[in-house]
Design a protein around this ligand. Structure first.
Ligand code: G1P
Length: 290
């Protein structure tokens, strides 16, 4: 079974309240981890997985900023070229996506992740398509989405990235009700969004990477509120389990929860060391403070 996945949805309409005031004027996804904004890591991961169409579900204000980041910037490129800044010019030109590759749609109310994906339906309804939550930053080779696309070529259906979390953290994630687990690929008979530790069917949690069949829209179209009064993507996947094969993939790599302050700072340290021209000097400086 091989179906190519060419489209990705980025739900990036959030207010980033946990990072105020940093996110007062810019979207959370534009916060840099080392030298790149979060959203750029997400786009690079998607490109590596063979994605050619990028759908941003956002707000009009955030669209301006995200658009400016991914558009070509002729003036900046000309200035860098004039000044012989070859490496910088390469960075800037490589950031640009083709005008036809980028689509924007708006989520005007914060009704949940399922609703955000539903807002992109006109671009992806035929499925399958990928969803990346950029604040789940993953360091992996190959990238997490590429690992999932390869798994999807064999398994089809809906696939999510999963990892084990501590029992007292299940209330922050979508949790799998495991049917069969071979250590890498997990099939599940159900999914529960943000269960308490007592209610959690396992500790295997969804990390922000999905490959979805268009059938999720059959459920999302009904706009049913789930946990927290929000329209949950987890519920839509769960509702299709009888018709669409569902698997969790234990991806290889390290995930950083950049939706929390600690995870974001941890990512900055780890990606900073990986991307630094002089990581030993950075490590030495960090040791001074620790
Ligand atoms: C969302 C999903 C949840 C998933 C999580 C991964 O929750 O609803 O199922 O486990 O992303 O980061 P959120 O973090 O938006 O509350």
């Amino acid at each position: 079974m091989t179906t190519s996945i060419t489209k990705v949805v980025f739900p990036v309409a959030g207010m980033g309240t946990r990072f105020l005031p940093a996110t007062k004027a810019i979207p959370k996804e534009m916060l840099p981890v080392a030298d790149q904004p979060l959203i750029q890591y997400a786009v690079q991961e998607a490109l590596e997985a063979g994605i050619t169409e990028f759908i941003f579900v956002t707000t009009p204000a955030n669209q301006q900023i995200l658009g400016a980041h991914f558009n070509a910037n002729a003036e900046l490129e000309a200035t860098l070229a004039e000044r012989g800044k070859v490496a910088e010019l390469k960075i800037v030109t490589e950031t640009a996506l083709g005008v036809d590759q980028v689509k924007f749609c708006h989520q005007d109310q914060p009704l949940g992740l399922g609703h955000a994906v539903w807002c992109a339906r006109e671009f992806v309804a035929d499925g399958p398509f990928a969803v990346i939550l950029p604040d789940d930053l993953i360091m992996a080779r190959p990238g997490c989405l590429k690992q999932m696309v390869d798994a999807h070529a064999k398994l089809g259906g809906n696939i999510v990235a999963v990892e084990d979390v501590a029992l007292d953290m299940t209330h922050r994630y979508g949790i799998l009700d495991v049917d069969h687990d071979d250590g890498k690929v997990v099939s599940a008979k159900g999914l529960v969004e943000k269960p308490s530790p007592e209610e959690a069917p396992s500790t295997l949690s969804i990390i922000g990477r999905y490959i979805l069949d268009g059938q999720v829209f059959d459920h999302l179209d009904r706009k049913l509120a789930g946990v927290g009064g929000e329209i949950q993507l987890t519920d839509a996947i769960s509702a299709t389990i009888a018709n669409v094969p569902f698997h969790g993939l234990r991806f290889e790599g390290a995930r950083f929860d950049c939706g929390s302050m600690n995870g974001f700072v941890e990512a900055n340290v780890v990606f900073g060391l990986a991307r630094s021209a002089d990581p030993d000097a950075l490590k030495a400086r960090l040791k001074v403070h620790l």
